[in-house]
Design a protein around this ligand. Sequence first.
Ligand code: N01
Length: 636
Amino acid sequence: MAFSQPLRPIPDDETLRRHLAGADVPALLLTVAHLTGDTALLRDDLRAPGWLFQPQGGLTAARQDEARRLAFEALTAWRDRGGTHEPPDPALLRTITTWAMGSDTGDLLDLLAEEIALPQDDPKAPGWTLEGLRPGADLDVAVIGAGFSGLLAAHRLGQAGVPVVVYEKNEDVGGTWFENTYPGCRTDVASHLYNYSFAPRADWPDHFCRRDTVLEYLRDFAKESGVADRIRFGTEVRELRWDERERRWHLTLDGPGGPRTVTHRMVISAVGQLNRPQLPAVDGLGSFTGPAFHSAAWDHTADLTGKRVAVVGTGASAYQIVPELAGAASEVVVFQRNPPWLRPTPHYHQPLSGSTSWLCEHLPYYAQWYRFWLFAPGLRGILDGWIVDRGHPPTERAVSALNEQLRASLLQAMEAQLTDAPELREKVVPRYPVGAKRVLRDDGTWLATLKRDDVTLVTAPVERETPRGLVADGEEFEVDVIVYATGFQASRFLTPMKVTGERGVDLHTHWGGAPRAHLGISVPGFPNLFCLYGPNTNLVGQGGSIVYFSECATRYVLDAIRLLLTRYAEAVQVREDVHDDYNAWVDAASADRAWVWSKVSGWYKDGSRSSTNWPFSAAEYWTRTRRADPEHLRLR
Ligand code: N01
């Protein structure tokens, strides 16, 4: 796969017409208004109510046809005039995006201009080089992890000419996408959002890409960007120790040839949040005599065909696994503690039309507007539904009037699927507010699977593992295989690494079980150490993705390094008061979000607070990470 291929010419009218028939109509209208500068196309009747949240904007077939016809006429006329294209000027960008989002986008224009940039313009690139700023500076960086964030950091450092080594514990790139090989594994973020903004893939085969496709993307990216050459595979970082005299980190590695120590001026941890599996704390764990494994460590030697399989959990992993096993196994027993809320996504398992890739490859800016269209719900709107209204008053049913509305619409969609199985309703309708746990994308597969005769839903927590199976609510369920889809130690950031900062302070002791960092990136007392996808950077159900957050955080890190170089410093860290004020702000907002307020369990929180989730909009994170503010940093 080659990234950022040059656009190809539109061959003829018939081909264009054919592919417009497969276009995503909202993205098409935005593209045409941009290319032609003619905003007359942005008519009220071509924008349905609530359109940001619906496939094809919820437009009727007739409206879609009308839009395509108008687009065809405008595009052929534009092509015949020479087909030139430029980035939209701010006024045009504001008009188009305000129409699309249904509210003024004046405050988002800089962010949106980045979204509508062509990949080769790469506005988040560092824009400086080590050679240009401080030739010969004693600077080198270790990146820990070669998943989405680590590959990105290494690429950005490479662009800046900063020497970088990536230590990866696995034998391949991909991180979570390498490790999770369970059947049915795929994203629940739209494919075209789930790639780097500067390295888009035009030909994603599915609306929501499968695990193998994501892994292939990351492998290709590592190879084409040259990052692959900088990775030390099979090398786990066990320990980081700050040396104040040298102002460098000492890293204890375990890899080929055994343990060794290396030093680097800086360290970027890109180890992910959802990486270390969490097995349930139940009695008898390990006593089962058959195969038993975690969803993220799938045992492919275990043949599940015709077997009785227990799946523990009903989170995002189990939700993808169970439908794949049903029918192949003789029986699947699903153990549920809390059911998930389901968000209607009829195209969840569908392939993208070939026209999407054709349009991305032939129509300037279609790829960017299509991406914007996928991203737009995350910019405004969804977050409001998760905010607690103390006056409502909030309950475990709903935390605000808007949250109640969301509940009603999700419930309606579930009930429509349960008319033939009313007995299931009590079991599958959540008793916690929407947004308190991850909302899963639904095309009907999950409830259809639970209705099967060969699938049993047990609505009691697993209490015990036995040699024959699992015990829940006092009853033993005998099975042949156990799959623990019980999630990850999300709140235990940077574990199991031992990290010792200034004055010998241990990071995990310092955190005391409540990890915090400024912007999820830096912790006072731990100079020259940056985290990607660190504390409070998980974007909740807003349409964006962690790839976007990693791009923002990496830009901030590169900017902090730029400051270090320009100020002739050797160490940089966030000021303690800045870090503390920031975290007070995050915690105060988190307390008023459905996931902290609700009593329901899950990885979105740890006790009474969340160290995983970002409680604001994606735009807020973009704004705060756009530049490293020298006033916020201690440089020495
Ligand atoms: O893990 P989870 P996951 N008895 O922690 C249950 C990402 N992801 O691997 O809800 C019975 O969500 C536990 O019950 P409860 C995504 O961000 C993405 O599924 O806590 N059940 C829960 O149901 C996701 O959110 C995709 O009451 C027990 C389940 O185990 C995150 O990873 C795909 C139990 C754990 O669910 C984690 O998802 C997969 C017990 N004793 C993952 N103990 C995409 O689609 C625990 N549970 C992109």
